[in-house]
Design a protein around this ligand. Structure first.
Ligand code: 5CA
Ligand code: ZN
Length: 420
């Protein structure tokens, strides 16, 4: 699927350090293990309705920062992202608003692309819709069935066949994966999140309450595709496994998303992926904190959303939106207040005025400037963007005219073009 236009990312003198990154499965920050000089990044994409709120944007900016830091360290990054363009919540929204689900998904995916472009987010190398890989998902599920890791659960007469579920206990017996490997959650927490986040613990016919859906047989009033499994559509977790393993080397260097995806989504994607390849799914499992608004997590289900496109339409500079989000550490849970944007606009104004005093590259720097060194060191430390912004503030407030390299560094590493 088409992604969006690549922003300009200037090359800086010298090479940055490989970043250290928090890993959910160990609970520690450690260096990203890059295979040779290339890394594979998978980040879960949107379910295209109510796009793009500041929570989404904040998550994609975190992984955009990782990608920029890796590139600056000389790493070639292959980046894959999905869009969940068919799934229950999307279909429910389409029905509730009387819109065709495809139109809803297409329109919202377009909006997401334009928001990402406004925010100067580097596009994924492979941007893949679930509807593009239905046959591949069916093939993967068939392999899990053959291995005895999937089983049918009967449906009522309105459907075209059985639904298929992943057998968590069989996978624990037959593979190197086990429940909690990635999330480290206890049984009660897993049970709660499974029920809250799209799971169906009480469905009759399941072998274990936590077994996740792999394949949903066609229903009369739902979209479906003909496959070797019969007509149906993919379950949620397997879609990401299949897209990631199609485009990235196994294990993926970093598998990422918001912390609301730790369980069951990423735990189960990891389970499926380990079962399909016999190898660990990802080296790092990295999760962003949740952005809140009006006292709750910003979420489509609550409707407490601040959208990138609305801020831009109201005349706010998308660079200020980006700066406002980067002012928070990616792992923190934090709450959005409108004053954040006003503060970011002022900061942007100071930075732009500083950049305008640049002497126009009279000195072609071949060595990293102190600002480049400072930015690299903040960002290599678990993507510490608040410290990186402080480092720019400190140089700006000194009032010395920047070199072109300093202005380039803000654009390359923080994604803010001060010459625009
Ligand atoms: N399509 C699935 C992933 S396969 C999905 O979770 N879509 S989503 O539209 O609900 O979320 C897209 C991304 O934004 C996910 O990584 C999710 O964790 C993240 N996200 C959602 N809400 C917030 C929030 N309030 N703060 C930070 N990140 C969020
Ligand atoms: Zn996903």
């Amino acid at each position: 699927m088409r992604s969006w236009a690549e922003p300009v990312v200037p090359r800086l003198p010298g090479l940055g350090d490989l970043p250290a990154l928090h890993d959910t499965s160990t609970g520690t920050v450690h260096p990203t293990e890059v295979d040779g000089s290339s890394a594979g990044l998978y980040v879960c994409g949107i379910t295209p309705y109510d796009a793009t709120h500041l929570g989404h944007a904040s998550t994609y900016l975190a992984f955009d920062t990782l990608l920029r830091v890796w590139r600056d360290a000389g790493v070639e990054v292959v980046y894959a992202q999905n869009t969940t363009d068919v799934d229950d919540p999307l279909l429910e929204r389409a029905t509730a608003t009387g819109v065709d689900w495809r139109e809803l998904a297409d329109g919202q995916t377009d909006l997401f692309r334009s928001d990402m472009q406004h925010l100067a987010v580097v596009p994924p190398t492979h941007y893949v819709a679930v509807t593009e890989v239905v046959t591949d998902v069916a093939d993967a599920v068939a392999r899990l069935l053959d291995r005895g890791l999937a089983y049918p659960v009967p449906t009522d007469a309105s459907s075209a066949g059985d639904d298929l579920y992943f057998d968590v206990r069989a996978a624990e017996r037959d593979t190197d994966w086990h429940l909690g490997l990635e999330s480290r959650y206890d049984a009660d927490t897993m049970a709660r999140f499974f029920a809250e986040r799209g799971g169906d613990p009480d469905r009759p016919g399941k072998r274990d309450p936590l077994d996740p859906l792999l394949w949903r047989a066609a229903r009369d009033d739902e979209p479906s595709w003909p496959t070797t499994l019969g007509a149906g559509r993919p379950g949620w977790h397997i879609e990401c496994t299949v897209i990631a393993q199609q485009h990235l080397d196994v294990p993926i260097t970093v598998n990422g998303g918001g912390s609301d995806l730790v369980f069951p989504h990423h735990e189960m994607s990891t389970a499926h992926g380990t079962a399909l390849t016999g190898r660990p799914y990802a080296v790092h499992h990295t999760h962003t904190g949740m952005v809140g608004y009006q006292g709750e997590k910003m979420s489509k289900s609550l409707g407490n959303l601040v959208k990138v496109s609305e801020l831009v339409a109201a005349g706010h500079d998308p660079r200020a939106v980006r700066l406002a989000l980067l002012a928070h550490h990616y792992r923190a849970d934090w709450e959005w207040f409108d004053a954040e944007l006003a503060a970011a606009e002022q900061r942007l104004g100071r930075w732009v005025a500083w950049a305008a005093t640049s002497d126009g590259g009279a000195v072609a720097a071949t060595a990293p400037t102190p600002l480049v060194v400072g930015l690299r060191s903040s960002l290599a430390d678990d993507l510490d963007t608040p410290s990186a912004l402080d480092a720019v503030d400190a140089v700006v407030s000194r009032g010395t005219a920047p070199s072109e390299v300093d202005v380039d560094a803000v654009q390359a590493l923080l994604g803010i073009d001060l010459r625009a």
